[in-house]
Design a protein around this ligand. Structure first.
Ligand code: SF4
Length: 189
């Protein structure tokens, strides 16, 4: 949005209270494995830009994690460019737009990928375990899972939003950055 500025050290807390499941999953996976494939770096990198994480903070995040399993030289040579590229600082200097749900839902997800939309791309069992660990009560979880079984992924995500914020949405979630924005509106009031 450009209005708020987010710092790298805010991300752990924000991921728990204001990230949609797709981005919380990416955040937790990268913190845990210090690794992200190309699709994950794009989906998460553009989201982070969209929530107001400045380029320098974004570099700090990726560098902190990725250099736990690779040398600084490798990071500089192979990863720095694409991070700067997402912010329009390299190549054609286009400032790339964060992905919408439609775009994320249309992604082809392979084995070992942690991007995509969990509602569509994760198994029902993984999804259930995840939401239980997030503290979603069983009756609410059932409502979410019913929407998932119907293939209503964005409605399931909107329901999840309403449950964790105890607040109704005016419209269905259509992109992860909108989820974050609506959440912060409620959390920061
Ligand atoms: Fe992310 Fe959209 Fe899926 Fe929600 S519906 S988890 S915001 S891709």
């Amino acid at each position: 949005s450009g209005e708020t500025v987010v710092a790298e050290e805010d991300l752990d807390a924000l991921s728990q209270v204001s990230f949609p499941p797709c981005m919380r999953q990416l955040h937790e996976s990268i913190r845990k494995t210090h690794h992200a494939k190309h699709g994950a770096r794009l989906q998460y990198g553009l989201f982070l830009k969209g929530i107001g994480l400045p380029l320098e903070e974004s570099i700090k995040f990726w560098k902190t994690e990725l250099t736990k399993i690779m040398t600084r030289e490798k990071f500089q040579k192979e990863y720095l460019y694409s991070i700067r590229h997402n912010y329009g600082q390299e190549g054609r200097r286009v400032s790339y737009t964060p992905y919408s749900c439609a775009k994320i839902l249309s992604e082809t997800i392979g084995i070992g990928d942690c991007h995509g939309c969990p509602f569509k791309h994760n198994s029902a069992q993984i999804l259930k375990n995840r939401f239980e660990s997030y503290g979603i009560p069983p009756s609410d979880l059932q409502i979410i899972m019913n929407l998932v079984f119907e293939g209503q992924y964005q409605l399931a995500c909107s329901k999840y939003f309403e449950i964790i914020h105890s607040s109704a949405l005016e419209k269905v979630i259509c992109d992860p950055n909108e989820f974050f924005k609506q959440s912060q509106k409620i959390r920061c009031n």
